[in-house]
Ligand binder design. Structure first.
Ligand code: UT7
Length: 328
Protein backbone atom coordinates (compact mmCIF):
# COMPACT_ATOMS: atom_id res chain seq x y z
CA UNK A 1 0.00 0.00 0.00
CA UNK A 2 1.63 3.22 -1.15
CA UNK A 3 0.79 6.51 -2.79
CA UNK A 4 2.25 8.87 -5.32
CA UNK A 5 1.75 12.61 -4.80
CA UNK A 6 0.86 13.77 -8.29
CA UNK A 7 0.35 17.47 -7.66
CA UNK A 8 -0.04 19.99 -4.87
CA UNK A 9 -1.30 23.55 -4.51
CA UNK A 10 -1.10 26.26 -1.84
CA UNK A 11 -3.32 29.26 -1.25
CA UNK A 12 -3.00 31.92 1.43
CA UNK A 13 -5.11 35.06 1.83
CA UNK A 14 -3.42 38.34 0.96
CA UNK A 15 -3.66 40.17 4.29
CA UNK A 16 -0.88 39.53 6.82
CA UNK A 17 -0.30 40.43 10.45
CA UNK A 18 3.26 40.92 11.73
CA UNK A 19 4.06 40.33 15.39
CA UNK A 20 3.92 43.99 16.37
CA UNK A 21 0.34 44.21 15.01
CA UNK A 22 -0.75 42.14 18.03
CA UNK A 23 0.17 45.05 20.30
CA UNK A 24 -3.26 46.44 19.32
CA UNK A 25 -4.96 43.52 21.09
CA UNK A 26 -2.63 42.26 23.84
CA UNK A 27 0.52 43.14 25.75
CA UNK A 28 3.21 41.50 23.63
CA UNK A 29 6.21 42.29 21.47
CA UNK A 30 8.00 41.04 18.38
CA UNK A 31 11.02 39.76 20.31
CA UNK A 32 8.95 37.50 22.61
CA UNK A 33 6.97 35.98 19.73
CA UNK A 34 10.06 35.45 17.52
CA UNK A 35 12.22 33.85 20.19
CA UNK A 36 9.47 31.79 21.88
CA UNK A 37 7.72 30.53 18.72
CA UNK A 38 9.76 31.31 15.58
CA UNK A 39 6.78 33.15 14.07
CA UNK A 40 7.28 36.51 12.32
CA UNK A 41 4.07 36.95 10.33
CA UNK A 42 0.93 35.04 9.37
CA UNK A 43 -1.87 35.40 6.81
CA UNK A 44 -5.39 36.39 7.84
CA UNK A 45 -8.52 35.33 5.96
CA UNK A 46 -10.77 38.13 7.17
CA UNK A 47 -14.16 36.96 5.92
CA UNK A 48 -12.81 35.00 2.97
CA UNK A 49 -14.64 31.66 3.22
CA UNK A 50 -12.60 28.64 4.25
CA UNK A 51 -14.08 26.57 1.41
CA UNK A 52 -12.95 29.29 -1.05
CA UNK A 53 -9.34 29.09 0.12
CA UNK A 54 -9.58 25.30 -0.15
CA UNK A 55 -11.01 25.50 -3.67
CA UNK A 56 -8.14 27.76 -4.82
CA UNK A 57 -5.54 25.35 -3.40
CA UNK A 58 -7.40 22.38 -4.95
CA UNK A 59 -7.50 23.99 -8.40
CA UNK A 60 -3.74 24.56 -8.26
CA UNK A 61 -3.16 20.94 -7.17
CA UNK A 62 -5.39 19.54 -9.93
CA UNK A 63 -3.59 21.62 -12.54
CA UNK A 64 -0.18 20.43 -11.27
CA UNK A 65 -1.40 16.83 -11.29
CA UNK A 66 -2.49 17.19 -14.93
CA UNK A 67 -5.89 15.59 -14.38
CA UNK A 68 -9.46 16.84 -14.74
CA UNK A 69 -11.88 17.20 -11.79
CA UNK A 70 -14.22 14.48 -13.14
CA UNK A 71 -11.41 11.91 -12.70
CA UNK A 72 -11.35 12.40 -8.92
CA UNK A 73 -12.99 9.51 -7.03
CA UNK A 74 -12.87 10.96 -3.53
CA UNK A 75 -12.41 14.34 -1.87
CA UNK A 76 -11.32 14.43 1.77
CA UNK A 77 -11.26 17.82 3.45
CA UNK A 78 -9.72 18.69 6.79
CA UNK A 79 -10.66 21.78 8.75
CA UNK A 80 -11.52 22.82 12.28
CA UNK A 81 -13.05 26.06 11.02
CA UNK A 82 -15.66 24.95 8.51
CA UNK A 83 -17.96 27.72 7.25
CA UNK A 84 -20.92 25.38 7.76
CA UNK A 85 -21.85 22.81 10.39
CA UNK A 86 -23.38 20.98 7.48
CA UNK A 87 -22.86 20.29 4.58
CA UNK A 88 -19.24 19.21 4.65
CA UNK A 89 -16.63 21.51 3.14
CA UNK A 90 -15.77 18.59 0.84
CA UNK A 91 -19.27 18.66 -0.71
CA UNK A 92 -19.04 22.40 -1.33
CA UNK A 93 -15.60 22.10 -2.92
CA UNK A 94 -16.77 19.13 -5.00
CA UNK A 95 -19.47 21.27 -6.58
CA UNK A 96 -17.18 24.28 -7.03
CA UNK A 97 -14.62 22.12 -8.83
CA UNK A 98 -17.15 20.16 -10.89
CA UNK A 99 -15.79 16.90 -9.49
CA UNK A 100 -19.04 15.11 -10.27
CA UNK A 101 -17.73 11.55 -9.79
CA UNK A 102 -16.23 12.06 -6.35
CA UNK A 103 -17.46 10.94 -2.96
CA UNK A 104 -16.84 13.72 -0.44
CA UNK A 105 -16.43 13.99 3.30
CA UNK A 106 -14.64 16.01 5.99
CA UNK A 107 -12.28 14.40 8.43
CA UNK A 108 -11.69 15.79 11.92
CA UNK A 109 -8.26 15.27 13.46
CA UNK A 110 -7.34 18.93 14.06
CA UNK A 111 -3.70 19.75 13.24
CA UNK A 112 -3.03 16.06 12.45
CA UNK A 113 -5.81 16.22 9.82
CA UNK A 114 -3.63 16.08 6.71
CA UNK A 115 -1.72 13.03 7.98
CA UNK A 116 -4.99 11.26 8.83
CA UNK A 117 -6.46 12.22 5.43
CA UNK A 118 -3.42 11.06 3.46
CA UNK A 119 -3.47 7.70 5.23
CA UNK A 120 -7.23 7.38 4.67
CA UNK A 121 -6.66 8.15 0.97
CA UNK A 122 -3.96 5.47 0.78
CA UNK A 123 -6.36 2.92 2.24
CA UNK A 124 -9.22 3.83 -0.14
CA UNK A 125 -6.86 3.61 -3.10
CA UNK A 126 -5.49 0.25 -1.92
CA UNK A 127 -8.94 -1.33 -1.65
CA UNK A 128 -10.88 0.16 -4.57
CA UNK A 129 -9.40 -0.41 -8.04
CA UNK A 130 -12.02 1.82 -9.64
CA UNK A 131 -10.73 4.83 -7.71
CA UNK A 132 -7.82 6.47 -9.53
CA UNK A 133 -7.31 9.80 -7.78
CA UNK A 134 -8.04 11.20 -4.33
CA UNK A 135 -8.00 14.93 -3.63
CA UNK A 136 -7.12 16.08 -0.11
CA UNK A 137 -7.85 19.67 0.85
CA UNK A 138 -6.75 21.19 4.16
CA UNK A 139 -8.11 24.69 4.71
CA UNK A 140 -8.19 26.65 7.94
CA UNK A 141 -9.03 30.10 9.28
CA UNK A 142 -8.15 29.76 12.95
CA UNK A 143 -8.24 33.56 13.23
CA UNK A 144 -12.04 33.15 13.04
CA UNK A 145 -12.18 31.64 16.52
CA UNK A 146 -9.09 32.98 18.25
CA UNK A 147 -9.52 34.79 21.54
CA UNK A 148 -7.71 38.06 20.76
CA UNK A 149 -7.39 38.80 24.47
CA UNK A 150 -5.36 35.61 25.12
CA UNK A 151 -1.77 36.61 24.28
CA UNK A 152 -0.39 33.12 24.73
CA UNK A 153 -2.64 31.71 21.99
CA UNK A 154 -3.76 34.35 19.47
CA UNK A 155 -0.23 35.16 18.29
CA UNK A 156 0.36 31.56 17.16
CA UNK A 157 -2.18 31.03 14.42
CA UNK A 158 -2.46 31.93 10.76
CA UNK A 159 -4.89 31.11 7.93
CA UNK A 160 -4.36 29.27 4.66
CA UNK A 161 -5.03 26.20 2.56
CA UNK A 162 -3.14 23.46 0.76
CA UNK A 163 -4.25 20.52 -1.37
CA UNK A 164 -2.81 17.35 -2.85
CA UNK A 165 -3.88 14.92 -5.59
CA UNK A 166 -2.68 11.40 -4.88
CA UNK A 167 -2.81 8.06 -6.71
CA UNK A 168 -2.01 4.44 -5.84
CA UNK A 169 1.63 3.35 -6.11
CA UNK A 170 3.94 0.63 -4.84
CA UNK A 171 6.49 3.12 -3.52
CA UNK A 172 7.75 3.03 0.08
CA UNK A 173 4.97 3.82 2.55
CA UNK A 174 4.35 3.48 6.27
CA UNK A 175 1.99 5.20 8.65
CA UNK A 176 0.91 5.43 12.24
CA UNK A 177 -2.13 7.27 13.59
CA UNK A 178 -2.88 7.81 17.26
CA UNK A 179 -4.92 9.71 19.79
CA UNK A 180 -4.74 10.44 23.50
CA UNK A 181 -8.21 11.68 24.39
CA UNK A 182 -7.16 12.24 28.00
CA UNK A 183 -5.63 15.49 26.70
CA UNK A 184 -8.81 16.71 24.97
CA UNK A 185 -9.34 19.49 27.50
CA UNK A 186 -5.92 21.01 26.74
CA UNK A 187 -6.97 22.32 23.31
CA UNK A 188 -10.56 22.85 22.28
CA UNK A 189 -13.27 25.16 20.97
CA UNK A 190 -16.88 24.48 21.87
CA UNK A 191 -19.45 24.49 19.12
CA UNK A 192 -22.73 24.24 21.03
CA UNK A 193 -23.20 25.11 24.69
CA UNK A 194 -25.42 22.83 26.79
CA UNK A 195 -28.50 24.54 28.25
CA UNK A 196 -27.73 25.80 31.80
CA UNK A 197 -30.15 23.38 33.48
CA UNK A 198 -28.50 20.45 31.69
CA UNK A 199 -25.08 21.66 32.82
CA UNK A 200 -26.21 21.22 36.42
CA UNK A 201 -26.60 17.50 35.86
CA UNK A 202 -23.32 15.84 36.84
CA UNK A 203 -23.90 13.03 34.35
CA UNK A 204 -23.57 15.48 31.49
CA UNK A 205 -20.82 17.69 32.86
CA UNK A 206 -17.91 17.17 30.49
CA UNK A 207 -15.45 18.94 32.78
CA UNK A 208 -14.01 21.19 30.05
CA UNK A 209 -12.83 24.63 31.24
CA UNK A 210 -15.24 27.55 30.80
CA UNK A 211 -14.81 29.28 27.46
CA UNK A 212 -17.36 30.99 25.20
CA UNK A 213 -18.73 29.03 22.26
CA UNK A 214 -16.41 28.99 19.22
CA UNK A 215 -13.45 30.47 21.06
CA UNK A 216 -10.17 28.61 21.13
CA UNK A 217 -8.77 27.50 24.50
CA UNK A 218 -5.23 26.17 24.78
CA UNK A 219 -3.20 25.04 27.74
CA UNK A 220 0.05 25.89 25.97
CA UNK A 221 2.37 24.08 28.37
CA UNK A 222 0.37 20.83 28.31
CA UNK A 223 0.23 20.80 24.51
CA UNK A 224 3.93 21.71 24.29
CA UNK A 225 4.86 18.74 26.48
CA UNK A 226 2.66 16.38 24.47
CA UNK A 227 4.02 17.69 21.15
CA UNK A 228 7.69 17.24 22.03
CA UNK A 229 6.98 13.57 22.78
CA UNK A 230 4.45 12.90 20.01
CA UNK A 231 6.70 14.15 17.23
CA UNK A 232 9.62 11.72 17.72
CA UNK A 233 7.27 8.91 18.81
CA UNK A 234 5.16 9.17 15.63
CA UNK A 235 8.27 9.02 13.48
CA UNK A 236 9.78 6.08 15.33
CA UNK A 237 6.55 4.05 15.26
CA UNK A 238 6.05 4.58 11.52
CA UNK A 239 9.74 3.98 10.76
CA UNK A 240 10.01 0.76 12.76
CA UNK A 241 7.13 -0.78 10.76
CA UNK A 242 9.27 -0.80 7.58
CA UNK A 243 12.76 -0.94 9.04
CA UNK A 244 13.62 2.64 8.15
CA UNK A 245 15.87 4.83 10.33
CA UNK A 246 16.30 8.60 10.65
CA UNK A 247 19.31 8.37 8.31
CA UNK A 248 17.05 7.17 5.48
CA UNK A 249 14.94 10.32 5.65
CA UNK A 250 15.77 13.18 3.29
CA UNK A 251 13.21 15.62 4.71
CA UNK A 252 11.13 15.83 7.85
CA UNK A 253 7.94 17.85 7.34
CA UNK A 254 6.47 18.41 10.82
CA UNK A 255 3.35 20.25 11.93
CA UNK A 256 4.41 23.89 12.31
CA UNK A 257 3.32 24.92 15.82
CA UNK A 258 6.45 26.25 17.49
CA UNK A 259 10.07 26.10 16.30
CA UNK A 260 11.13 25.13 19.84
CA UNK A 261 8.96 21.99 19.62
CA UNK A 262 10.70 21.05 16.37
CA UNK A 263 14.15 21.78 17.82
CA UNK A 264 13.44 19.61 20.86
CA UNK A 265 12.17 16.76 18.69
CA UNK A 266 15.17 17.09 16.35
CA UNK A 267 17.50 16.76 19.33
CA UNK A 268 15.61 13.71 20.63
CA UNK A 269 15.79 12.06 17.21
CA UNK A 270 19.41 13.08 16.65
CA UNK A 271 18.54 14.80 13.36
CA UNK A 272 20.00 18.20 12.32
CA UNK A 273 17.52 21.08 11.95
CA UNK A 274 18.63 21.44 8.30
CA UNK A 275 16.59 18.32 7.53
CA UNK A 276 13.34 19.95 8.67
CA UNK A 277 11.16 22.02 6.33
CA UNK A 278 10.18 25.18 8.24
CA UNK A 279 7.48 27.67 7.27
CA UNK A 280 6.56 28.90 10.74
CA UNK A 281 8.17 32.29 10.26
CA UNK A 282 5.82 33.31 7.44
CA UNK A 283 2.69 31.16 7.96
CA UNK A 284 2.50 30.66 11.73
CA UNK A 285 0.44 27.66 12.84
CA UNK A 286 -2.23 26.92 10.22
CA UNK A 287 -3.51 23.75 11.90
CA UNK A 288 -4.16 20.94 9.38
CA UNK A 289 -2.98 23.12 6.47
CA UNK A 290 0.51 23.48 7.95
CA UNK A 291 2.04 20.17 6.82
CA UNK A 292 0.80 20.34 3.21
CA UNK A 293 1.70 24.07 2.98
CA UNK A 294 5.24 23.20 4.11
CA UNK A 295 5.44 20.12 1.91
CA UNK A 296 4.40 21.99 -1.22
CA UNK A 297 6.66 24.94 -0.43
CA UNK A 298 9.57 22.50 -0.09
CA UNK A 299 8.66 20.99 -3.48
CA UNK A 300 8.25 24.37 -5.19
CA UNK A 301 11.56 25.64 -3.80
CA UNK A 302 13.26 22.57 -5.29
CA UNK A 303 14.34 21.27 -1.88
CA UNK A 304 12.14 18.16 -2.03
CA UNK A 305 12.80 16.08 -5.12
CA UNK A 306 11.17 13.00 -6.67
CA UNK A 307 12.62 9.79 -5.26
CA UNK A 308 13.43 11.30 -1.87
CA UNK A 309 12.08 9.84 1.37
CA UNK A 310 9.90 12.09 3.51
CA UNK A 311 8.55 11.91 7.06
CA UNK A 312 5.33 13.89 7.58
CA UNK A 313 4.54 14.23 11.28
CA UNK A 314 1.47 15.79 12.86
CA UNK A 315 0.12 16.46 16.34
CA UNK A 316 -2.71 18.55 17.67
CA UNK A 317 -6.07 18.77 19.39
CA UNK A 318 -7.55 15.46 20.44
CA UNK A 319 -4.82 15.11 21.37
CA UNK A 320 -4.03 13.41 18.07
CA UNK A 321 -0.76 12.45 16.47
CA UNK A 322 0.38 10.67 13.34
CA UNK A 323 3.32 10.04 11.06
CA UNK A 324 3.70 8.98 7.44
CA UNK A 325 6.92 7.92 5.77
CA UNK A 326 6.76 7.91 2.00
CA UNK A 327 8.80 8.22 -1.14
CA UNK A 328 7.92 11.45 -2.93
O1 UT7 B 1 -1.29 23.22 16.71
C1 UT7 B 1 -1.70 23.05 18.02
C2 UT7 B 1 -0.58 22.69 18.85
N1 UT7 B 1 -0.19 23.81 19.68
C3 UT7 B 1 1.05 23.90 20.15
O2 UT7 B 1 1.88 23.09 19.84
C4 UT7 B 1 1.36 25.02 21.13
C5 UT7 B 1 2.24 24.48 22.23
N2 UT7 B 1 2.64 25.49 23.20
C6 UT7 B 1 3.54 26.48 22.91
O3 UT7 B 1 4.01 26.59 21.80
C7 UT7 B 1 4.00 27.37 24.04
O4 UT7 B 1 3.62 26.81 25.26
C8 UT7 B 1 3.46 28.83 23.95
C9 UT7 B 1 4.08 29.53 22.73
C10 UT7 B 1 1.95 28.80 23.80
C11 UT7 B 1 3.87 29.60 25.20
O5 UT7 B 1 5.28 29.59 25.33
P1 UT7 B 1 5.98 29.29 26.72
O6 UT7 B 1 7.42 29.35 26.52
O7 UT7 B 1 5.39 28.00 27.24
O8 UT7 B 1 5.54 30.54 27.57
P2 UT7 B 1 4.92 30.54 29.02
O9 UT7 B 1 3.49 30.16 28.96
O10 UT7 B 1 5.83 29.79 29.95
O11 UT7 B 1 5.01 32.06 29.38
C12 UT7 B 1 6.24 32.69 29.75
C13 UT7 B 1 5.96 34.14 30.04
C14 UT7 B 1 4.77 34.37 30.96
O12 UT7 B 1 5.03 35.47 31.77
P3 UT7 B 1 5.49 35.29 33.29
O13 UT7 B 1 4.38 34.52 33.94
O14 UT7 B 1 6.77 34.53 33.24
O15 UT7 B 1 5.61 36.69 33.76
C15 UT7 B 1 3.65 34.69 30.01
O16 UT7 B 1 2.64 35.46 30.60
O17 UT7 B 1 5.64 34.80 28.81
C16 UT7 B 1 4.39 35.48 28.96
N3 UT7 B 1 3.72 35.52 27.68
C17 UT7 B 1 3.92 36.48 26.75
N4 UT7 B 1 4.68 37.60 26.78
C18 UT7 B 1 4.67 38.39 25.68
C19 UT7 B 1 2.85 34.61 27.16
N5 UT7 B 1 2.46 34.98 25.93
C20 UT7 B 1 3.11 36.15 25.66
C21 UT7 B 1 3.13 37.01 24.55
N6 UT7 B 1 3.92 38.12 24.61
N7 UT7 B 1 2.41 36.78 23.43
Amino acid sequence: MGINILGMGNYVPEQTLVNDDFKKFVETNDEWIRTRTGIVERHMAGWEPVWYMGKKAAQAAIEKAGITPDQIGLIICTTVTSDFLTPSMASIIQDELGAENAAAFDLGAACTGFVYALDTAARFLATDDSMKYVLIVSSEAISRFCDFTDRQTCILFGDGAAAAVVERSDKLYSSVLGSDGSGAKALFARNLMPAPEVKQDVDFDDGFPEKPVRQLYQDGKAVYKFATQALPKSFELAASKIGVTKDDIDWFVPHQANVRIIETAAKKLGVPMEKFILTLDHFGNTSSASIPLALNEGIEKGLIKKGQTLALIGFGAGLTYGGIILEY
